[in-house]
Design a protein around this ligand. Structure first.
Ligand SMILES: Nc1nc2c(ncn2[C@@H]2O[C@H](COP(=O)(O)OP(=O)(O)OP(=O)(O)O)[C@@H](O)[C@H]2O)c(=O)[nH]1
Ligand SMILES: [Mg+2]
Length: 356
């Protein structure tokens, strides 16, 4: 049995390659999308990869054929048909063993990536990158930090002007705004203003108002778009205006587009998507997609103190394709927030570092 992989830009192109190389009897074993060759071509467009198989007569095949003939006779099947069936079954068995074998070979590296709690999609992507980059998995395992780095970026650019935090319910937006306001006003000695469009529940407004009073910084509640315009004008003397928003479900696109109008009015160019490190992989993808209409520019990953593995940071950053600005590590205001470096995040993901 000869098993070969072929790639091309589309199925027709790949099928033509298979036909010209293996002839018309080739069997299609599997089909998938892969990245273009090269370790650093991570964000390039995808190719179609088809694995095709074709029988190759060997002495072993002939021997097995004889054996199968023997069994056919014992089972009393009509010889010709069952011979064909046996042959197909045998080929499938061989194919299965060769797949099992290659899986076994991959397993230490795959196992390692799985233990880091990376999303399945990311694991496949990393394994493909390694394969296509002509690197052995042992080498990849040793160079994992280097391999993971292209999937995430960080941004330590200081906050100035109007800064908005958006994200699902309860991820820690208001708490993070309080932490940022504390750092900016108490440590950096900046003039800070707070706005909340968190108008659905009185409690949520009170939460930020209390922090604003403690820190003695101006605080505005915004209900309409006109309110937003006025609040922005009134706080235009501030170095930084932090804008808190109500948590919106990623399933409710109406709520998200409603928020968009408020963000447009704020004229903010710095929109941070806040997402919890405890988010499930499937939800990460949905949130990242649903919030894209708000054109977020950076990511804040919260509640790192509540998880044991940080692979989700890589999945979030890879899906969002924007840099991480902050990570938060607890409920204490203003202490539990950090500006991470890329090295720190990779070390956290690889469990080579802790949050302190
Ligand atoms: N463990 C932990 N808890 C946090 C962190 N950040 C926020 N919290 C807690 O998470 C809960 C929700 O925080 P909020 O700041 O109210 O979340 P929110 O995103 O503003 O919520 P909504 O306005 O309802 O969408 C609170 O109990 C916070 O104390 C963190 O980094 N770690
Ligand atoms: Mg809130």
């Amino acid at each position: 049995m000869v098993v070969k992989r072929y790639t091309g830009n589309n199925i027709t192109e790949v099928m033509a390659k298979i036909k010209s190389d293996m002839g018309g009897e080739a069997l299609i074993v599997s089909q998938r999308k892969v990245r273009k060759q090269g370790l650093w071509g991570l964000f390039s467009s995808k190719l179609i990869e088809i694995t095709a198989a074709k029988e190759e007569k060997t002495r072993d095949d002939v021997n097995i054929n004889t054996t199968s003939y023997y069994y056919d006779k014992r089972m009393g099947h009509p010889h010709n048909n069952s011979d064909k069936t046996e042959e197909i079954l045998r080929e499938l068995q061989k194919l299965k063993s060769s797949i099992d074998e290659s899986k076994e070979k991959e397993s230490p590296f795959r196992k390692m990536l799985t233990e880091l709690d990376l999303s399945d999609e990311l694991i496949e992507e990393i394994i493909n990158t390694v394969k296509e980059g002509d690197i052995t998995e042992e080498k990849a395992q040793k160079n994992l930090p280097k391999l993971l780095k292209p999937y995430l970026s960080v941004s330590s650019r200081e906050l100035k002007g109007n800064v908005v935090l958006v994200g699902p319910t309860g991820v820690g937006k208001t708490t993070t705004i309080a932490k940022l306001a504390g750092r900016l006003s108490l440590i950096d000695k900046k003039s800070v203003g707070l706005i909340t469009v968190d108008t659905y529940r009185i409690g949520a407004v009170e939460q930020l108002k209390t922090y604003a009073e403690i820190m003695n910084i101006p605080f505005k509640v915004v209900v309409t778009l006109k309110d937003m315009e006025e609040a922005i004008k009134e706080l235009s003397h501030c170095d930084v205006v932090l804008i808190d928003t109500t948590g919106r479900s990623s399933k409710n696109s109406m709520q998200i587009s409603e928020l968009r109008a408020f963000i447009d009015k704020s004229k903010s160019k710095d929109i941070h998507l806040v997402i919890s490190a405890g988010t499930k992989d499937k939800d990460v993808v949905n949130i990242i997609e649903a919030y894209k209409t708000l054109a977020y520019t950076r990511l804040i990953v919260t509640k790192l103190d509540e998880t044991m593995t940080y692979g989700v940071i890589l999945s979030i950053a890879n899906a969002a394709k924007v840099p991480v600005s902050y990570i938060t590590t607890g409920q204490n205001v203003p202490e539990d927030i950090q500006v991470p470096t890329k090295d720190k995040l990779v070390r956290l993901i690889l469990k080579e570092d802790n949050l302190c």
